[in-house]
Design a binder for this molecule. Structure first.
Ligand code: NAD
Length: 475
């Protein structure tokens, strides 16, 4: 087989598969490589292998698990240049510092932190008659279902805390971006015991078979809300636990005392990190009328300065949309926004030639009912919406008026006012004068339709654990 065929791993062995699907570079529409389409038998074998390996893994001392995960972080550091290039080829994000090298550094950081954390048993009640202690122990086999936007980083978010707590994992990456994850699984298998991390690949049907299996104890799902609904349905018959990290439609509110020029760069990358294909990107920007022109000018200026192209080329800051389906969706939202009376400040038309490129498209004067406002665009298009300077209530109401509630942000100079607006925004995370600034020690999860359950930090470890009370009779 050529080195363009990336195998799965089961019980520490390569599984080359009977049939394959192709993975396309979204900047060139050329082939990057092939991943296997996992069969039902291979899915069964992956789960069985994880189930067996988990027993020994959970019995090992904590420190041994922590040391092995630290060795994984070191391995990733050593392989980060090669992995970053592969991420750029299959996902599209550039090789610039905010692109695939950033994804690799995040993957390493999100490995080191869970590897260094402990959950101490907690005495929840004690008197002269009894003592009750809360422990967290392994659940068993965790199924990880990952999306295509930050394929390797999100795979790490799902795999490492699960391993830290003594679980084994079967991961199914997105069918659009499986290759870097398969490389990751190969590297994990060089360090960890056989069978602890297994992969299966294919489309949603492979994911469905995996999570519906009775030997799956927990599903870590990151993806769209519509798939999240199906995940819950598939998990219900076996009462399988599930964490759902779903889509967002994050609002950002600029307050009248803000300086648009000073915050423009934060707003720009808050909106367009990974070409806007980030769950917690700014997807609706609310600006006081008096600052509208200045804010729009500052953002247009930045948009015009950012080179877009094939992420392997020097100096490129923005790449393509990751796949044709998403490209069509972003273009249809832009077309709808034009029809709805929006003023296109920049972008709006896709260049000819190969690749799913959508230039940064900033649109003002849109009604709140436009699809670009009500739906998650997940791409390089942003509605800039005005509100009266003396009616902040209106901005808060419109920002909260969405079924999604992943993130939100407020931008201003008065600490009391920014804090009081933050308290009223209904989201899992509200940032002040930044957006999307996640950290491996800080719990992250959605409100409303953006899902439930937390990742990162100690809360993230609890999410892949079984809480257990041991209650002693002292009498
Ligand atoms: P998606 O829902 O289309 O696919 C996600 C994964 O689910 C893929 O691996 C897919 O093959 C699998 N899948 C599809 N149907 C399935 C089924 N019936 N059973 C089991 N698995 C199934 O999502 P996507 O388009 O890959 O990702 C983009 C979405 O993910 C956006 O909405 C984005 O906001 C969201 N996202 C959320 C977070 C977060 O932390 N909240 C992070 C990143 C992305």
């Amino acid at each position: 087989m050529s080195d363009r065929y990336y195998p799965n791993y089961c019980d520490g062995q390569k599984i080359s598969g009977e049939s394959h699907f192709s993975v396309i570079n979204p900047a060139t529409e050329q082939l990057v490589g092939y991943a296997p389409t996992s069969t039902d038998t291979e899915i069964e074998q992956a789960i069985a292998s994880a189930k067996t390996a988990q027993i020994d893994w959970a019995a090992r001392p904590d420190q041994e698990r922590k040391d092995l995960l630290m060795a994984v972080a070191e391995k990733l550091q050593g392989e980060s240049a090669a992995l970053a290039k592969l991420i750029t080829e299959e996902q599209g994000k550039p090789l610039c510092p905010l692109g695939s090298p950033f994804e690799m550094q995040a993957a390493i950081g999100w490995t080191q932190v869970p590897a260094s954390l402990d959950i101490a048993p907690e005495i929840v009640f004690e008197d002269e008659t009894r003592k009750d202690v809360l422990h967290y122990q392994a659940l068993g086999v965790v199924a990880a279902i990952a999306p295509w936007n930050w394929p390797l980083m999100i795979a790490i978010w799902q795999i490492i805390p699960a391993l830290r707590m003594g679980n084994a994992v079967v991961i199914k990456p997105s069918e659009y971006t499986p290759l870097a994850t398969l490389e990751l699984v190969r590297l994990l298998n060089e360090i960890l015991p056989a069978g602890l991390v297994n992969s299966v690949t294919g489309a949603g049907d492979v994911g469905q078979k995996l999570i519906s299996h009775p030997d799956i104890d927990k599903v870590m799902f990151t993806g769209s809300e519509s798939t999240g609904v199906k995940i819950m349905q598939h998990c219900a018959p076996n009462v399988t636990r599930v964490t759902l990290e779903l889509g967002g439609n994050d609002p950002a509110i600029i307050l009248p005392d803000a300086n648009p020029e000073a915050i423009a760069e934060g707003l720009f990358w808050g909106s367009f990190l990974n070409m806007g294909q980030t769950c917690a990107c700014i997807k609706r920007l609310y600006v006081p009328e008096s600052l509208m022109d200045e804010a729009c000018d500052a953002l247009v200026k930045l948009a015009n300065q950012m080179p877009m192209g094939n992420g392997l080329d020097e100096g490129i800051m923005l790449g393509p949309i990751q796949n044709k389906m998403q490209y069509d969706k972003v273009m249809s939202l832009i077309a709808d926004a034009k029809q709805a009376g929006g003023t296109v400040l920049c972008g709006g038309e896709s260049p000819s030639g190969p690749g799913y490129f959508v230039p940064v498209t900033l649109i003002r004067d849109l009604p709140d009912t436009a699809r670009l406002v009500t739906e998650e665009q997940f791409g390089t298009a942003l509605p800039i919406l005005s509100y009266p300077d003396d009616d902040l209530e209106q901005a808060i109401h419109r920002a909260n008026n969405s079924p999604a509630g992943l993130g939100a942000s407020v931008w201003g100079t008065d600490p009391d006012q920014t804090e009081s607006v933050a308290a009223r925004l209904n989201a899992g995370t509200v940032w002040i004068n930044q957006h999307g600034a996640i950290h491996p020690m800080v719990p992250f999860g959605g409100a409303k339709g953006s899902g439930f359950g937390l990742e990162f930090g100690v809360e993230g470890l609890k999410a892949v654990s079984q809480p257990k009370i041991i209650s002693r009779n002292k009498a």
